[in-house]
Design a protein around this ligand. Structure first.
Ligand SMILES: Nc1ncnc2c1ncn2[C@@H]1O[C@H](COP(=O)(O)OP(=O)(O)OP(=O)(O)O)[C@@H](O)[C@H]1O
Ligand SMILES: [Mg+2]
Length: 410
């Protein structure tokens, strides 16, 4: 039989005779096998797999350095995308069947196949693996889309309700603030207590006003004004607005910004707001102080987007140029049972300390409007990494802030 694709095959078999039989069967139809390598141990097999890109491995489970299903599990763990066909001893049908549930695509019983059956099994196994990978990808896309849908529905409901309430509350707040300021000027009997009560009232009103402004942002996001910007400038802008928090909380900021970042189309004020939210979250996570690291770099998305599984595949395509901006802290991290809820409006673990739970949900909304992406994850070595992804602007035209010269050098 003629096959569309000729395969790169690795035979892992410690019995010399069995190995020779397999090799000669594979070489019998040379147009079906384009590369053939052999090993008599798992270590040797892994070594060869690091050198060559095999389509399929014919694997004997019992090798001098590994036994039984362990052999398959170890191989699958390191090379999950390579198809595996198990070559079992005679009368081991049950063992063979079991291996299918551990990730093998098929099994062959020694002495019960010929060159034709072997080649057919290998080609079917490779095809099965390909279809399996497609299915896994489709499932992941579906899950992503479902999560997005749930989130955007939540945002719509909260946004609608909140902006109505916010409008109503803003006017009385303005009256209160005006009144408190006026009274504090007019009060004849002034002492330290009166001053501090007045100041507290003013701060409470301003805080309430900030929350209401945040809520209004849900509704007014349609009016974002995107311009070609360099993220380095946006980062500088955000840092200058929260600098006072750093000394108060003993925080050092470490900036690792790649030179000549390509421009992105953003509303500078909105992205500054996102960055401030992420930076303040990092600051709040480190009550005893520490480092907040801000990185920005640019790259091109790989063919399969495997390295960025969080990206929505309907939004981001392979080959897309992006700028990645991360904010990292060395704080307490987010408990695993809460991490799914952090983008929910009003979800906060800092209720008693001034947290409202709007920072991340507003930030997500803003990133959605920019056709970008935001995700937050615990780092392996402790603390949290928040990541923003921006598509690089392909529009022609200059970048403000005197960045043209830098960009032209790319
Ligand atoms: N860097 C971080 N480290 C630890 N936990 C975090 C971090 N960032 C977010 N979180 C968790 O996610 C929750 C939601 O964050 P979000 O910014 O939306 O609200 P908040 O910070 O609590 O309140 P605010 O509305 O003032 O921002 C936080 O209460 C916290 O539990
Ligand atoms: Mg916050």
């Amino acid at each position: 039989m003629k096959y569309k694709q000729s395969l790169k095959v690795l035979v892992v078999e410690d019995n010399l005779i069995d190995r020779r039989i397999l090799e000669s069967m594979l070489l019998e139809s040379s147009d079906s096998t384009s590369l053939l390598k052999s090993s008599d141990s798992l270590a040797g097999a892994l070594q060869l797999m690091s050198q060559y890109e095999f389509d399929i491995v014919i694997l004997d489970l019992n090798l001098p350095d590994s036994h039984g299903e362990e052999t398959l599990l170890k191989l699958n763990k390191q090379y999950p995308s390579v198809s595996v066909v198990i070559n079992t001893g005679a009368y081991e049908d049950e063992v063979g069947l079991e291996t299918l549930s551990f990730g093998a695509q098929d099994f062959l019983v020694k002495g019960k196949y010929n060159a034709y059956i072997l080649n057919k099994a290998l080609h079917y196994a490779v095809e099965r693996k390909r279809v399996e990978a497609e299915l896994v990808n489709a499932y992941r896309r579906l899950k992503d889309a479902q999560a997005q849908l749930v989130q955007s529905e939540k945002m719509k409901v909260v946004g609608g309700l909140a902006s109505g309430v916010a409008h109503e509350v803003k006017n009385p707040l303005a009256t209160l603030l005006y009144g408190v300021t006026y009274l504090s000027q007019k009060l004849s009997e002034r002492d330290a207590n009166v001053d501090s009560v007045m100041e507290n009232m003013k701060q409470a009103i301003e805080k309430a006003n900030d929350i209401v402004t945040d809520l209004l942002n849900f509704a007014s996001l349609a009016s974002v004004e995107k311009k070609k910007e360099n993220l380095d400038e946006v980062i500088k802008g955000a840092l200058s607005l929260v600098r006072h928090e750093f000394s108060r909380h003993h925080i050092s900021v470490v900036k690792k910004i790649e030179k000549s970042l390509p421009p992105v189309m953003v509303d500078k004020n909105r992205i500054e707001q996102v960055l401030i939210n992420l930076i303040l979250n990092a600051v709040h996570a480190m009550p005893d102080g520490g480092d907040v690291t801000i990185r920005a770099y640019n790259r091109t998305l790989s063919e399969d987007l495997e390295d960025m599984p969080q990206l929505r595949r309907d939004e981001f395509k392979p080959g897309q140029e992006i700028v990645i901006l991360t904010v990292e802290d060395g704080g307490c991290g987010i408990p695993e049972d809460k991490i799914d809820r952090i983008f929910d409006p009003f979800f906060t673990t800092r209720r008693g300390e001034g947290g409202v739970g709007l920072g991340l949900s507003v930030s997500k909304n803003i990133m959605d409007i920019h056709e970008g992406c935001i995700f937050v994850e615990n780092k392996r070595d402790g603390g949290v990494r928040a990541t923003l992804i921006f598509k690089v602007s392909t529009e022609k035209g200059g970048v403000p802030n005197g960045q043209e010269e830098n960009l032209n050098r790319r």
